[in-house]
Design a protein around this ligand. Structure first.
Ligand code: KG4
Ligand code: ZN
Length: 337
């Protein structure tokens, strides 16, 4: 079975072709980071326009790369949310047009769920369930109890910023380029993580929820004072490095502590991770030191991509989930479970 996967939820156009449920024949990604970085964040209107420009050339490239033709496609998977409305519409309408023209079924996919599938499809071996699912991306931060693939219970989520978003915002305060996560990680290697005492938020009675916005404000006040403005000029390199290290360390400590406690409480031996923040080496080292088997997406599947969408669409289709009709709608928010 050949599945076309379409991803246009945010600032990456992703078109992929996947055979079966795991074999990636092509995974084309057009990143818009350079365009948005000038503004320090994603500009939705620009994102939609760039998805429109890139869609057909990227589809052509994926077909050539995979050495298949449009008529060989058996199923079309498309991320129909959560994401930016205009960006979602581009992918969804294109997917519907292809589904209609090729007379092939269409499968709407939850982008956040697909991030977890990214780790699943990166491993040959079967994962032992139940598992704790950990989503750490620019738009989402959540812990899930996974009874199996497709059966989830949300056990915690961020009450304010997503983890990647907090990295991006702290980086922006220090005039580091967008996206901030990789920049913070780079600076943190040179920095002293105990220079600034920072701590992520704790939500009373909700042990697996996250809160990063208080810590973000603490960074702002520490760097610029309570009345200060981030426009106040350049910071010394040591300040940037030490703050990057202190912030990264506090954010990771918080996540690792909650993941470990959740795995213990829910008696899980596996941890499945997804989302852009899983690129972070320090996070990976700390999670890997826990007494659980952790499953990470391969490097090309960490950031937004079409292969995780195609893979999950194929898995769902083969496991009896009904195909979506042409009435499938773009959803800026989708309740995860
Ligand atoms: O999964 P993703 O592409 O986007 C969403 O679906 O939201 O993740 C992008 C996020 C950005 O916030 C970026 O700063 C963060 O992942 N990120 C990192 C690293 N690489 C990417 N955060 C921390 N350390 C990294 N190495
Ligand atoms: Zn994503």
């Amino acid at each position: 079975m050949l599945t076309l996967g379409i991803e246009t939820t945010c600032d990456e156009t992703g078109i992929a072709l996947v055979a079966g449920t795991k074999e990636i024949l092509s995974n084309q990604i057009a990143s818009q980071v350079e365009v948005h970085s000038v503004f320090g964040g994603v500009i939705p209107e620009l994102a939609s326009r760039m998805h429109t420009e890139m869609f057909v050339p990227l589809l052509d490239r994926a077909l050539k790369d995979a050495k298949v033709a449009l008529k060989d496609i058996d199923l079309i998977g498309v991320a129909n949310g959560p994401g930016l409305l205009g960006a979602l519409i581009v992918g969804l309408q294109s997917a519907k047009a292809l589904s209609l023209a090729l007379n092939k079924p269409l499968m709407g996919i939850n982008h956040v769920e697909a991030h977890l599938y990214g780790a699943y499809m990166s491993h040959e071996e079967e994962i032992t369930f139940p598992a704790i699912g950990v989503i750490l991306s620019g738009g989402h931060t959540a812990l899930l109890y996974m009874e199996s693939l497709g059966k989830y219970r949300l056990i915690g989520q961020t009450v304010d910023d997503a983890m990647g978003e907090a990295f991006d915002k702290v980086a922006k305060m220090m005039h580091l380029p967008y996206p901030g996560g990789p920049e913070i990680e780079k600076r943190a290697i040179e920095g002293n993580s105990s220079r600034y005492p920072l701590k992520a938020g704790h939500i009373k009675g909700r042990p697996y929820d996250f809160s990063f916005s208080g810590m973000k404000t603490a960074v702002l006040y520490t760097l610029f004072g309570q009345e200060g403005s981030i426009e106040r000029g350049d910071l010394p390199t040591t300040t940037i490095n030490d703050m990057a290290a202190s912030f990264q360390n506090a954010a990771i400590k918080d996540v690792v502590k909650k993941v470990a406690a959740a795995a213990d409480e829910y008696r899980c031996t596996s941890i499945i991770l997804g989302g852009g923040v899983t690129n972070n080496r320090a996070l990976k080292n700390e999670i890997k030191a826990l007494p659980f088997r952790s499953y990470w997406p391969s490097p090309t599947l960490t950031l937004d991509n079409g292969a995780m969408i195609a893979g999950l669409a194929a898995w769902k289709y083969l496991n009896g989930y009904p195909a979506s009709g042409l009435e499938l709608q773009p959803l800026t928010r989708i309740p995860f479970c």
